[in-house]
Design a protein. Sequence first.
Length: 73
Amino acid sequence: MQITAVVDEQKCISCIGCKLCVWACPDPNTIRYIKAKKKIVIDPQRCKGCGLCEAACPVKYIALRMQERELGV
Ligand code: SF4
Ligand code: SF4
């Protein structure tokens, strides 16, 4: 089990331009903003579980939260 950041696309406000989690993440390739879809995508394999994105999110614990996940090899 590993703690990783998980985004709820229904609650995330990236559609109105929020990218605070992208800017907060110390690894530039872990959270990406997909411009064409106006969506946030998190790579669970790269996420270190530091929680900085969750702390920066204005909809924290709802749109973005830390979650225990079983990651495949
Ligand atoms: S928990 Fe840390 S490493 Fe993972 S996506 Fe958020 S800021 Fe990046
Ligand atoms: S900081 Fe929160 S609301 Fe903003 S884009 Fe990231 S997950 Fe969505």
